[in-house]
Design a protein around this ligand. Structure first.
Ligand code: 5GP
Ligand code: MG
Length: 203
């Protein structure tokens, strides 16, 4: 019998050249992202074994992450009746590459958070203001417990000290796009996380 060992962190062939216009380099391949999501799911499934979790994905950035995490939680053994998936939408003012800390709620959850084990699912934490806003908001709704999970963490420019219980990967100190993350609403649907060429930026 022949066993083929697949290097799971190597970018898939289709993610290598040619990259789409504007994309300078792949930082996390889809295989690396999938591995990180799988590791997070194992930890979360273990921690929430005896609790029913309300996953709250933060739109739009965490759309793909929340969807993949929810399915990875199933593979990690979380029973189907132990998880509810919901979404919230926020926008943060600022220029398009750095949020100002002023967060606006665009869409609330449809589920009530009261008495629930709420897990906020964020794409990326940078200065921390967005997550701080969400934690305060859900904290005021009498949840049974409150925790946060971020696929990516950029711990370099925190403006506020905010706990992130589950972090997938540490991102470099630069603006990244893909896997839900946008630059002026483009690049969200790249299956990997990448950096852009400087000439792309219009601000
Ligand atoms: P914070 O409020 O922690 O500075 O930033 C949180 C939000 O800003 C994220 O949910 C995300 O929408 C956006 N953000 C922060 N860093 C990046 C980045 O490197 N790329 C993109 N596309 N968005 C980012
Ligand atoms: Mg954004």
């Amino acid at each position: 019998m022949v066993t083929v060992l697949v290097d799971r962190v190597k970018p898939m062939a289709s993610e290598l050249a040619p990259l789409p216009e504007g994309v300078a380099e792949v930082i996390f391949s889809s295989a690396e992202l999938a591995a990180a999501v799988g590791r997070l799911a194992e930890r979360i499934a273990a921690d929430y074994r005896d609790r029913e979790v309300l996953l709250v994905g933060v739109l739009k950035g965490a759309l793909f992450f929340a969807a993949d995490l929810a399915r990875a939680l199933h593979r990690a053994g979380l029973a189907p009746d132990r998880m509810t998936l919901d979404f919230i939408a926020v926008s943060s003012y600022g220029n398009s590459r750095r949020s100002s800390g002023e967060v606006r709620l665009l869409k609330d959850t449809s589920e009530s958070a009261e008495g629930r084990h709420v897990l906020i699912v964020e794409d990326i934490v940078d200065n921390g203001h967005t997550l701080h806003y969400l934690r305060s908001m859900f904290g005021g709704r009498a949840p049974a417990s409150l925790a946060a999970c971020a696929l990516l963490d950029k711990p370099f420019h925190r403006g506020v000290d905010v706990p992130v219980e589950y972090v997938g990967l540490e991102a470099p100190d630069e603006f990244v796009v893909g896997y839900g993350l946008d630059y002026q609403e483009s690049y969200r649907h790249l299956p990997y996380v990448a950096r852009l060429h400087p000439w792309v930026y219009r601000d």
